[in-house]
Design a protein around this ligand. Structure first.
Ligand code: FES
Ligand code: FE
Length: 432
């Protein structure tokens, strides 16, 4: 572990946020070469269950086949390319193309072709015409996929950053599950603005979300806090913020009594140290999976209903100027139903598509897009100097995790690391 901010300052031209040619390039070099989150095992618990998603701009179907196996299939008929599944979710053994009727099993195999022998003769080889399949991997129920069959394994892609994912998503012995389904919205602004906001932008909190402080609803985040910016060479990063009070070192805010008993299995050392006294932990799995787990904020008379929540999202480009956000609320599987519901409602209310936090952030993303859209902007680099040359002030981290751990709450260390990795991939220089 190091606590020095040695991340080189990348030069980030504003063309990266506005240029459709850059988008085409990053789809091929960043999205197509990364493991991307497509959904959760708990979204497809039964054989035949499926959800439709996107990987970059490629439509895909996450399915659980009759044998119980997970598949991620290109949602594009191998005849003429038509999307074979139009629904957002459902249960089906087959996907029948609406154009000429080719029918694919939920494992991607081509099962039937209308009038097969009469119109194609005896030689049509169904086995070679299945839907294109991605590689699939799962971590604590999060399902990742990539069409890069030659690239690193999911373990290699996550690298040492897995330590932090284990302690966010593997913290509860019974695991976590999606509650309330996936919410989707298309918003203004380049997808990277959103990804970098989550990877470590503690700096905007008291300005962009100032109203929340003035209303007195920020709870544990409003008092004395210390924070740490953690980055991995694979581009991932997380910011962990703690209430600066030693007496809270065994308190995980917002979870019901009993749920934490027996948690933190022995094979997750320092899991409690990482989670306890934390007011917020938020990060981004490179390139486009922001996540957050946070203590409850305070809503006046609503104190009885307070819960913590964990939210995962993906930010997928639509074009250079807009992106699609998909939001999921995750709850511990073993939590009482009433608690799960409250946690979900808090997630939606605080960080959902139309929540008060999101209204602040999305408005800024929209205005960034407006500010960068012209000719004059192209020559001015984005600035990522925050924290450079500043002595770390947060002291020793309460946990001993891997990767680069910077004892600084307000720093663009993680953003610099994100862009270093992003630019290396964009320019074809990243080690795979
Ligand atoms: Fe799908 Fe023709 S495009 S069957
Ligand atoms: Fe924000």
């Amino acid at each position: 572990m190091t606590i020095e901010d040695t991340t080189a300052r990348p030069s980030v031209t504003r063309r990266l946020y506005t240029d459709e040619e850059v988008l085409r390039q990053e789809l091929a070099t960043v999205f197509a070469k990364s493991w991307l989150l497509v959904g959760f095992e708990s979204e497809v618990p039964q054989p035949g269950d499926y959800v439709t998603r996107r990987m970059g701009v490629d439509p895909v179907i996450l399915t659980r086949s009759e044998s119980g196996e997970l598949h991620v299939l290109h949602n594009s008929c191998t005849h003429r390319g038509t999307q074979v599944c139009k629904a957002a979710f459902g249960n089906s053994a087959n996907f029948r193309c609406g154009y000429h009727g080719w029918t694919f099993g939920n494992d991607g195999q081509l099962r039937g072709v209308p009038g097969r022998r009469a119109v194609y003769g005896p030689d049509l080889d169904l086995k070679t015409l299945g839907l294109r399949k991605a590689r699939v991997g799962a971590v604590h129920g999060l399902v990742y996929a990539t069409f890069d069959h030659e690239g690193p394994s999911l373990d290699e892609f996550l690298g040492d950053f897995r330590w932090y994912l284990d302690r966010v998503f593997g913290f509860f012995p019974g695991g976590m599950e999606v509650y309330g389904g996936a919410h989707r919205v298309i918003v203004k602004g380049n997808w990277k603005i959103h990804a970098e906001n989550f990877i470590g932008d503690g700096y905007h909190l008291r300005i962009a979300h100032r109203t929340m402080f003035e209303l007195g609803v920020m709870g544990t985040q409003a008092g004395a806090v210390k924070g740490f910016c953690i980055s991995a060479p694979e581009g991932h990063g997380v910011r962990a913020q703690y209430v600066d009070d030693e007496s809270l070192s065994d308190i995980v805010f917002g979870y019901p009594d009993g749920l934490l008993d027996g948690a933190r299995p022995a094979d997750l050392p320092d899991a409690m140290a990482f989670r306890a006294a934390s007011s917020v932990i938020h990060g981004t799995v490179f390139p486009n999976m922001p996540f957050i787990t946070t203590a409850p904020v305070t809503f006046g008379t609503d104190a009885e209903g307070q819960t913590a929540f964990t939210q995962v999202r993906t930010v997928m480009p639509v074009d250079a100027h807009s992106h699609e956000v998909t939001y999921w609320a995750l709850v511990p599987k073993d939590a009482p139903e009433e608690w799960k519901k409250k946690s979900y409602l808090y997630s939606v209310r605080q960080h959902g598509a139309s929540s008060y936090f999101e209204a602040d952030d999305l408005e800024n993303f929209r205005r960034i897009d407006a500010g960068l859209g012209g000719i004059a902007a192209a020559d001015v680099p984005q600035n990522y100097d925050l924290g450079v040359g500043v002595e770390p002030v947060s002291g020793k981290p309460p946990f001993s995790g891997p990767c680069t751990v910077l004892s600084q709450d307000f720093s663009e260390h993680n953003q610099r690391n994100f862009y270093r990795r992003y630019l290396a991939q964009l320019n074809g220089e990243a080690a795979q």
